[in-house]
Design a protein around this ligand. Structure first.
Ligand SMILES: Cc1ncc(COP(=O)(O)O)c(C=O)c1O
Length: 287
């Protein structure tokens, strides 16, 4: 019986191609300054991305040539040193090698007794150490800021609800929960409160000052008004590096306010692609 396999027909041909890919990638990274930051795709290139799914396989080298011609010359531009459009992560060659090995080993990090799962836990522990978090705290690595914020805000919602919200659902709340962020807040927070079933109105946009930082007097006012209206203020989302200007809210003052008011503090930022860190301060306690 012939064994079916996804192995290449010839490992040596693969080795030659793989070396070419790495050489090209090094040159591409080294020579980034010599290329335009961005260029428009000619119509014939754009058309290639509209073609139907291929019915037959093609040699890998041919597919790679396609990428060299049709992908690499038309990047977003964010790895270019003159990419000044907005705040966005760049690439990193060491990280790319790590990604390559991660894809080679193909681990599932849902659990199991294996080294990749240990690395995952170790990185979270290192982050805790760097942030001065207690050893008993926990965390998880996610795909980026939007996912990190969604998870952090979900924890805030569940903890601040005063009920077993995971079991009972939003319908069992005594009063609608309210979250607060500056008007410079990233759009992923709106997506998060919508996905959490609280609705966009649950996210109050507090005006920002001339430096694009949250106006604390305004925060005090809106929280007091919401309490008076019978709503349930739950969480302040402070930003440590807004997407428009990189402004950093007055984190210490907001933390004091949250401690005094018994609110959850969620900090978005401290990242680019690594994700957000959320922090909770209880009234007069674990600061
Ligand atoms: C402050 C802030 N929060 C959240 C995000 C969303 O992160 P991601 O694009 O990784 O989902 C960004 C992205 O630029 C951001 O700048």
């Amino acid at each position: 019986m012939v064994e079916e396999t996804l192995d290449p027909a010839d490992w040596e041909t693969l080795r030659v191609l793989a070396r070419r890919v790495v050489d090209d990638a090094i040159n591409y990274t080294r020579d980034v300054r010599d290329r335009p930051l961005w260029q428009d795709m000619p119509p014939e290139v754009r058309t290639r991305f509209r073609s139907p799914a291929p019915q037959k396989g093609r040699p890998l080298a041919e597919v790679y040539d396609d990428l060299v011609t049709n992908l690499l010359p038309y990047p977003m531009g964010n790895i270019h040193p003159r990419f000044w459009m907005w705040y966005m992560g760049s690439s990193n060659f060491t990280g790319a090698l790590g990604d390559f090995l991660a894809a080679i080993i193909g681990s599932n990090l849902g659990g199991g007794d294996h080294a990749a799962a240990e690395i995952d836990k170790q990185v979270v522990n290192w982050l805790k150490e760097m942030m001065g978090y207690p050893a008993t705290s926990s965390g998880t690595l996610v795909s980026g800021g939007s996912m990190a914020n969604l998870i952090g805000l979900t924890v805030a919602r569940n903890q601040m609800s005063g009920i077993d919200l995971r079991e009972l659902g939003l319908g069992a709340l005594n009063a609608p929960l309210r979250f607060y962020g500056s008007d410079q807040i990233h759009s992923c927070h709106q997506i998060a409160v919508e996905a959490m079933g609280m609705g966009n109105r649950a996210l109050c946009r507090v005006p920002s000052d001339a430096a694009c930082r949250m106006d604390l007097a305004a925060l005090h006012r809106v929280v007091a008004n919401d309490r008076a209206a019978g709503l349930h203020p739950a969480c302040v989302i402070a930003t440590a590096g807004t997407v428009n200007t990189g402004a950093i809210d007055d984190l210490a003052a907001i933390a004091d306010f949250c401690a005094d008011e018994g609110l959850w503090l969620h900090v978005d930022g401290l990242h680019q692609q690594q994700g957000a860190i959320h922090v909770r301060f209880q009234r007069g306690s674990d600061r």
